[in-house]
Design a protein around this ligand. Structure first.
Ligand SMILES: [Zn+2]
Ligand SMILES: [Zn+2]
Length: 331
């Protein structure tokens, strides 16, 4: 069996590589899988275009994956050949204080598949079952490929309980996944700031009460919680000013470097600043449940699906301003 891999060869260069080395038998604890769909993420594009702070090409990419199990090591239980699975790409050490408490996303030894570890953008690979969540067999694999970004939203939505009036800065995939997760959590009125008109329209369809271009937010408007899904200097400045006294600013976006916040205001008005980084297994399970029971209309997020041979075109499309989620069909 020839294995094909989506490689970032160099900055800006995507290639489908072929390998004739057969897939080894799964080691203890592992299963062999064939990915069905791969979602292209903003963080993948950061790596591809040299904007990621420490991960650089060349590498095999891919972390938003839904796959079919084709083989299991003898000691594997709970997952069987034929199962549909979603990948949790966060590989934690399993031994530190935070891992033992179930807070794998706080593990300082953790590495992420598709970044420090080889990606899952391959037509076949072996994975440890610790990284996999079984999906309901009848779940549409295209929708299941959104489990990972929805888990980001589910996790972020729990980083504040003060959700009476919410501002989300950034209406890309993560902002929209967060919007849906906040809706499922019973948040009050949600406003979203997003420069691209088609994404604002999508945000309104997905439950936002208002969707505005960034420069149209009233400077006096205040929100009990602000989620910054961009984490640029300008958005963190805006977010720390737009948070109501006693409220919470949640940083969901990945800052490319150090940033400054309105610290005098945070001190004087007792505004908390919380980070939100990835998710834990329970967030993945909740994401699966919300997608499978139809609570979240994730199909609205999929703007294109390309075949594996056209992967380079998929990454080009994903970088267009009006793209939300681009999927690569892996088989
Ligand atoms: Zn992602
Ligand atoms: Zn750990």
């Amino acid at each position: 069996m020839t294995i094909q891999q989506i490689m970032f060869d160099d900055l800006g260069s995507v290639r489908v590589a072929h390998s004739d080395i057969p897939l080894p038998a799964p080691q203890p604890g592992e299963v062999s899988v064939t990915p069905l769909y791969l979602g292209i993420c903003g963080s993948d594009l950061h790596v591809l275009h040299g904007k990621h702070p420490w991960i650089k090409p060349p590498l095999v990419t891919g972390h938003e994956v839904v796959a079919r199990v084709i083989d299991c090591a003898d000691d594997v239980s709970g997952i069987a050949k034929g199962d549909l699975v979603a990948l949790n790409p966060l590989v934690s050490c399993g031994q530190c204080r935070r891992c033992l408490q179930g807070q794998d996303n706080h593990c300082e030894q953790a590495k992420v598949i598709g970044f420090r570890l080889p990606g899952a953008g391959q037509t076949a690979l072996n994975l440890n079952t610790r990284q996999l969540h079984r999906l309901p067999p009848q779940m549409d694999p295209r929708l299941a490929s959104l489990v990972e970004p929805i888990a980001v939203g589910v996790h972020a939505a729990q980083r504040s309980d003060d959700l009476e009036e919410v501002l989300i800065i950034g209406g890309g995939t993560i902002g929209l996944c967060l919007l849906m997760a906040l809706g499922a959590r019973g948040a009050g009125r949600i406003t979203i700031l997003e420069p691209v008109a088609s994404k604002r329209a999508l945000a309104l369809k997905l439950g936002a009460a208002a969707a505005l271009p960034p420069d149209q937010l009233d400077g006096a408007a205040r929100f009990t919680t602000v989620f910054d899904c961009v984490a640029a200097q300008s958005t963190l400045g805006l977010g720390s000013t737009a948070t109501l006294g006693g409220g919470t600013l949640v940083v969901v976006g990945v800052p490319g470097s150090e940033r400054y916040v309105n610290l005098p205001r945070l001190q004087r008005f007792e505004i908390d600043i919380h980070g939100s980084g990835m998710y834990i297994g329970a967030d993945m399970e909740r994401a699966i449940e919300l997608i499978h029971n139809g609570s979240l209309d994730v199909s609205a997020l999929i703007t294109s699906i390309v075949d594996l041979k056209d992967a380079a075109e998929g990454y080009r499309l994903a970088a267009q301003p009006d793209s939300v989620k681009v999927l690569v069909r892996m088989q």
